[in-house]
Design a protein around this ligand. Structure first.
Ligand SMILES: [Ca+2]
Length: 78
């Protein structure tokens, strides 16, 4: 359990521990991850998690939004 907490703490100090490769999830390489791209890469993610992660409600996730969502536990880290 301690190891898990330490791993979570490490992810809050930047994107170095960012386990999900944004460029891989961004299948069409347009710099934004759509709900379709996200669920293709992470089938276990539901739409509500996507909507919660899309903090500016643009309909897509920026790399920052995705990193924050992973830090917040909205999205799996990989
Ligand atoms: Ca995209």
């Amino acid at each position: 359990m301690k190891k898990i907490i330490l791993a979570l703490a490490a992810t809050t100090f930047g994107t170095a521990a960012f386990a999900v490769d944004f460029a891989t999830v961004d299948a069409n390489q347009d710099g934004a991850v759509s709900a379709e791209e996200l669920t293709a890469a992470m089938p276990e993610v539901d739409t509500n998690a996507f909507l919660a992660a899309d903090t500016d409600q643009s309909g897509t996730l920026s790399e920052e939004e995705m990193a924050n969502a992973i830090d917040n536990g909205l999205l799996p880290a990989g």
